[in-house]
Structures are given as C-alpha cells and as structure tokens.
Design a protein around this ligand. Sequence first.
Ligand code: FNR
Length: 411
Amino acid sequence: SRIYREGVFGRRPVVPVEPAALEAEAERRMSPEAWAYVAGGAGQQRTVRANLQAFDKHRIVPRMLVDVEDRDLSVELFGRRIPAPVLFAPIGVLEMAHPEAERAVAAAARSLGLPMVISTQGSIPMEETAEALGDSPRWYQLYWSRNDSVVDSFVRRAEAIGSEAIVVTLDTHVLGWRTHDLDLGYLPFARAEGIAQYTSDPAFRALAEARAATPSSEPTPRPTLSAVKALFSMARHYPGGFVDNLRSPVPRAAVETFLDVFSRSTLTWDNLDYLRSRTSLPILLKGIQDPRDAALAIEHGMDGIVVSNHGGRQVDGAIGSLDALPRIVEEVGDRIPVLFDSGVRSGADAFKALALGASAVLVGRPWVYGLALGGAAGAQAVMEHVLAELDLTMALTGVSTVDEITRDLLA
Ligand code: FNR
C-alpha cells in the first residue's frame, strides 16, 4: 500500500511500472548488443511469444466479501520462510546491463529479503555477490561443466558462501540458436564479464594455466574490432588487474578453456546421482517441461524442479512454459515443490502461476531492465512492483495467504 499511495500522490516511480513501458525504456537505454542479448530469444522468437501468450489463456475470477485485511505473502521453501513466493532468476553476464552487476542485484534482493539465484555465468565471483547479500537467502545455479573438477569446485564454493539450494540448469548444455546475437556477431561469454565465476575458480584456473603453458601451433589472431572493444570494457570495469591481464596469455587461454569446459551434452540422469553424493543441499532441476522428466527428477531424489524454458532462449517453437505447468503439477502432486519461470511480467502473472500450482515464481528479464535503468534501486523497484501487484491481486480476489491461491480462482 506504500507504493500505491506514493504513486497516486504524485511520486514518480524509479522505473516505469507498466511492463511494456519498462521494456521500451530499457531498449532505449541499453546498447543494441546488450538489449538484443537480454530481450532476445531463440530463432523466430516463437517461444518468447508463447510464454507471454500462455498467460492470456487463463482469466482470474475474483471473489467478493471476504475479509482480506490482513494478508500474508510469505511462504516456506526448503525450510526457510521467505517474504513472498518470488525469486530473482539466475541471470548471467549482468555487467552488460549495469557495471555494478550482481552487487546491485544482491543489494536489491537483500532489501526485499527475496532469494537471489546466483548464476554460474556471473560477472563477478560468487563470493563477492554473497558478501553483498549479507544474511539474505541465496541459491546457486549450476551449469554442469564438462570437467568434474570444475563442478566439484563450484559446488564447494556455493556451499561455502551459504547457498541454500543448488539449481542445476538442464536446458542449456548447448546454447540455443540466438538469431539476434548471431546477426550482431555478439557472444558475451567470449568477454571478461561472462566468465568471472570461472576465472576466479581454482580448478578452472589450473586448467587455463595448463592450457596457456602449452604452446599453441596456431598463430595468435590479430585482434578484431570487437576484441579491442571488449578489452576497453575490461579496462573500465577491472582497473586493478587489467594491465597484468593484458601482458599475460591467460585471458585468451581462459576464454578457450571456458569454451572447452562450459557445456556437457553427455549429461544424463546418472550424473545427478554423482551430484547427489557430493552435496547435502537441496537440488532443483531447472528447465523441466515434460511431466515424464518431472517424474524422473523425483525418482532420482531431486528436491524440487523449476518449470522453465529459459525465457524462450533455447528451443524456438517450444511449448509456452505456463502451458507446460498444469500437467507437471498434476504429475508431481505434493511430493516436491514445483517452481515456475519464463514469462512472468507482473504480480497478476505470478498469481496465475501460483494458482496453477507453482510453489514460487522466478522473475528474469523485468528486473534486468530495472537494473539497466537504475542499478540496485531499479532492480528493486521492478520486484517491488511485482510484489505490490501480487498483494493487491490477492486482496481483490478474496485471498489472504498464498496457500489460498488455487486453481478454482481461474477460468
Ligand atoms: C537467463 N537465464 C539464465 N538461466 C540460468 O540458469 N543461468 C543463466 O546464467 C541464465 N542467464 C540468462 C541471461 C539472460 C540475459 C536471460 C534473459 C535469461 C534464464 C533465466 O534464469 C530465466 O529462466 C528466464 O529469464 C525466465 O524468463 P523471463 O522471466 O525472462 O521471461
């Protein structure tokens, strides 16, 4: 109600409240490359559209004359009570949106008490993100490296920074056909901000140094214009180690090593048993779209799943994520929490996903737009708007707790 009162009494919000206006403003302010990377999806953008259209297929049916004066948005997830069923989705290469990257997002998450899912593709080492989070909840998102020593090391570091869950992203063992990035010749992971999590990792550094020490038979390529631009951007953001980095052969070896170890298309369900034996933290699988995979996740002792299609960035023409949710919820029942993402743009959207059985939702692009427009304050404002609208939607539909947001409130 604070946000609403401030709004109607003339205080302009930090970032546009209306989702389409927020997006349009971000497009104006971001570089064309950063905008294309963040907003874009796979192929002809069919899945990006399907994710949004899926929300139009459900209509909320409000109930009247229910006492909803005292509302409680909090939920318990993996033994921790959080103020609302909303998380910051793991987003990589944030430095392209704002130089403060994860530091700003962590500050926003901390102010709101919402969990931040820290990406493997971080722009800064997870230890620094954790510091900025203080005592606020954090989960760690793992891209399963081709190299097990890197996987082990990431998991150990995630435990050391107090992660409360490991989210294994399954849908990106190869990068989707990202048409916008291809047209711009833009691969953020070949730049410094995409691989800080790796270059700060002892296991990864050992691999990169070994590679740098092996003389390459290929001649060193002449720097392209985009490589020079990338170096300037590194100089801006990493004033400390930059000169040393320039003189050393490690950056190039690091990028090559990253490209070597990033993806693991041989990953199967058996590998999860390995991870299960490596950590006692709850493990969630992100990228589930088929009820059969949800059933397998339970069979393999997983603690939760995230129904997600990576925001439509992987398979063009894939099912809208919200369209996939009901059948998965039906399969899973109450056995493990089913989280949801891909297409949540507002509190009313979050309400629909919760009504269809999600335990919580992750929000991706919207807070990245807020970050690009206003740093920590911008990211925080976007998530506050989601929470405020969720709260109002609950009030106006006659529910006081998240448990009461059930499917019979949808038509
Ligand atoms: C992502 N996503 C993602 N997921 C993940 O597991 N690790 C990552 O590093 C990233 N990086 C990333 C970067 C950018 C720019 C975007 C837009 C997305 C996917 C993300 O976690 C989430 O699944 C989607 O963003 C959800 O869809 P919406 O909310 O953006 O529609």
